[in-house]
Design a protein around this ligand. Structure first.
Ligand SMILES: [Zn+2]
Length: 138
C-alpha cells in the first residue's frame, strides 16, 4: 500500500511539472492541414499573405520541393519563395470578402491539395481572430 501511494504521488508530481498547454491555437492566421502536410496561412498587417510550412508541433520547416499556388477571386497571385514557404509579391488588393484558394503540391508532379478560405480580415467578436482564421464554429 505504501508503494502504491508513493507511485501515485510520483504521477501527480509529473503531471504538475508539465507546462500548461494553451487551450486554443495561439498562432495567427489559418492552419492548413492534410495528410503529410501542415502549413500556416497568414495575412500580415501589410496585407501580404504568407504560407509557412510547419512540423507537427507547429515549428517552421524548410519549403523543400513544395509548390504553392494562391488564387484570389479566381486570379493567380504572384508568390515569392522564402526559406519555409512563400509570400505574395504584392499586398492582397481584393475587396473583402473574396474567395481564396491555396493549392499545395508536395512536388511539381504531385497531386494538388486545395484549401478554400475567405479573404476577410475583420476581427471575430468571439475568438478575437481575424475572420479568415476564425476558430469558432460559425
Ligand atoms: Zn471566431
Amino acid at each position: 500500500m505504501k508503494i502504491l501511494l508513493l507511485s501515485l504521488f510520483s504521477i501527480g508530481a509529473l503531471i504538475a511539472a508539465e507546462p500548461a498547454k494553451p487551450a486554443t491555437d495561439v498562432q495567427p492566421g489559418r492552419r492548413l492541414e492534410a495528410p503529410g502536410l501542415r502549413a500556416q496561412f497568414v495575412i500580415q498587417s501589410d496585407r501580404k499573405a504568407t504560407v509557412t510550412f510547419a512540423d507537427a508541433a507547429g515549428k517552421p520547416v524548410p519549403r523543400g520541393d513544395r509548390i504553392v499556388v494562391v488564387k484570389v477571386d479566381g486570379k493567380d497571385v504572384i508568390l515569392e519563395p522564402h526559406p519555409n514557404g512563400f509570400i505574395t509579391k504584392e499586398p492582397l488588393q481584393a475587396k473583402e470578402p473574396a474567395a481564396i484558394v491555396v493549392q499545395v503540391r508536395a512536388a511539381a508532379d504531385a497531386k494538388p491539395t486545395n484549401f478554400r478560405l475567405t479573404l476577410n480580415t475583420a476581427l471575430c467578436g468571439e475568438c478575437k481572430r481575424q475572420e479568415y482564421g476564425c476558430t469558432c464554429a460559425h
